[in-house]
Ligand binder design. Sequence first.
Ligand code: AMP
Length: 598
Amino acid sequence: MAKESEGVAVGIDLGTTYSCVAVWLEHHNRVEIIHNNQGNKTTPSYVAFTDKQRLIGDAAKNQAAINPTNTVFDAKRMIGRKYNDPNIQKDKLLWPFKVISGVDDQPTIVVQHKGQERRLCAEEVSAMILLKMRNIAEAYLESPVKNAVITTRRAIAGLNVLRIINEPTAAAIAYGLDKRSNCVGERNIFVSDFGGGTFDVSLLTIKDKVFEIKATAGNTHLGGEDFDNRMLNYFMEEFNKKNNLDISGNSRALRRLRNACERAKRVLSYNVDAFIEIDGLFKGIDFCSSITRGRFEELNIDLFRECIDTVNKCVTDANMDKNCVDDVVLVGGSSRIPKLQQLLQEFFNGKDLCRSINPDESVAFGAAVQAALLSEGFKNVPNLVLHDVTPLSLGILTKGDLMSVVIPKNTTIPVKKKQRYSTPGDNHTVIKIDVFEGERARATDNNLLGWFKLSGIPKGPKGQPVMVTFEIDANGILYVTAEDETTGNSNEITISHDTGRMSPKEVARLIQEAKDYEAEDKKFLEKARARKDLDDYIYNMEKDLKDKKKNKGIIARSILKAKRLVTDDEDKHDKEEYEKELKHLQKVFERMMPRLEN
Ligand code: AMP
C-alpha cells in the first residue's frame, strides 16, 4: 500500500458541515472513499478548542454541547465575506461561538484555547479541516500525501493544490463513470449539489470521454443549515411561549436544540413527522415537541423556491431547453429533502431524478479521479477530458471605470478572443491594461486579476488602435496580450489559478452580488455613457475648431464649462447633467458654426 501511494494525489470535498476524502487506487482500478478513525466516510467540518487540546472532526462535534463557545463550525460560510455582511450578521445570532470584526472587517472567531484567548479567521479553520482530511488519507495509505484536488481554494502549508474543482463538476465525473457502459451518444446532465451551507448547480454535456460544462450557478448562502436555523427558531418560540423563557442567549441550550433540529430534519426526509425530546434544556425544564413534514416545508418554502430560481438561471445561461436535459443528478446531504426533489422534478416536467450515486461521497470521488489524472504514473485511471466554462466574465477597465468584457461568463474553455481598443487621449504613449473578472458594470467593483503596461505607442491623436487578446488554455490559465497595431509592439500577462483567481464559492458570491446590484449598475452604466458622449463631443468639437483655428468666444466658453463637468469628480454629477450639457453644446455648435464658416 505504501508504495502504491507514493506521490498519490487525493480528492477532498471540503463541505460546510461535512468533509470527505477519496483516492484513486491504481492496482484496484477504482476510487476508494477513505474512512476516518471512527469508521465514518464523512467527517464533520468542526474544530474545537479545550483547555488541553484542539479537536477536529467527530471528536470536536461530539463534545459540542458541553463546550459550545469553543466549538467552531460553519467556517466556510464566512469565507469571502465581511463581518458586516447581512448574512454573517444573521448567522451570528445562532452561532454559539463568538465572532467579531477583525482586520479589514474580516469575520474573526474568538475562542479560549489552553487558557488563552485565540483569534482565528475562517480560512485558518478551513485549513485545519483540510489538514485533518489529509491526515485521514495518510493514515489509511500509510504514506505522506502531498497533492490534492479540492473543492475550495485554500493555500495551506504541506498540501499542493493541483486544481480547484466545482462540486457539481466533480459529482458529474462520478456520475459519468458510473453510467459509462450505458451512456451512448451525447447526454445533457444537470447536477444539483445541495449541501450544508451552499447550493451549487451545473449543466454539462457528456460525450464519450469529454465532459463539457455548459453553465454553472449557485448560492453560497443556502443549505441544510438554513433549514436547521428555521426549525431552531420555530422551537425556540415554542419553548418561549410554553415557559416564558428565552433560550437564545444560552449557547449550550442552543447547541442541544440545534442538534435535535438537525436530527428531526433528517427524519422528516423519510417520515411525515419527527419528535424532539431534550431533558433539562434550559433552567432544568425538559422540552418535548414534534413537527410534521408539512410544517417543515411551510417554514422553508421561500428557500426551496430560491433553489429553483438558481436552477432556472443555470438552464437559461446554458441556452438549453430544459426538456433537453437527459438526467437530473442529485448530490449533497440536503438533496434528500422530499420537497426539494418534488420541486426539481416539477421544474424538469416530471423527469425521474437520478439518485444512484452516493450524495455524500460523489464530490470527493470525482475530485480523486481528477487528482489521479493530473498526477503522473496512473495508467488505469479513466481517461476523461473536462471542458470547463469561465464562471465569471473577464475583461479590462476602460475610461470611466467601465468594465469592458472580452470573454463573457459561461464561455467554454479553451478559448481565445480579440477585441480592439483605442488610446483614450491624445499623445498617450503608454497605456495600462487592468484585467478584471466579474459581472459588475464598474470595473473596480470586480476582482482585479492583474495589470500591465503597453509602452512605446507613437504620439498621435486619441484613438490609436490597440488589439487586446484574451486566451484561456485547458488548465484555466489566462494569457492577456495587448498589441499596438501601429508598431506591432506588444506586452502580456499570465494569470494562473493562484494569482488572485476566485474559488467556485467566491465566484458564486460575486455573481450573487452582481444580481443584488443590478439596478445600481444600470444607473452607473447610463451615467458613464452620458459622460463619455459629452467627452467625445468636446474632443471632436475642439479638433474641428483647431483645424479651423476658430476656437473663440462663446464656443470656447461653452467648451470650457463642459470640460469642467467631465473632468470633475463624477460622484458630484448625474446622468441628466451630462445630457443637458451635451444638448447645450450641440446647440451652441450648430448655431455658431455657420457664422464661423463664413
Ligand atoms: P453535505 O455538505 O453534502 O455533507 O450535506 C450536509 C447537509 O445535509 C447537512 O445540513 C445535513 O443536515 C443535511 N442532510 C444529511 N442527511 C439529510 C437528510 N436525510 N435529510 C435532510 N438533510 C440531510
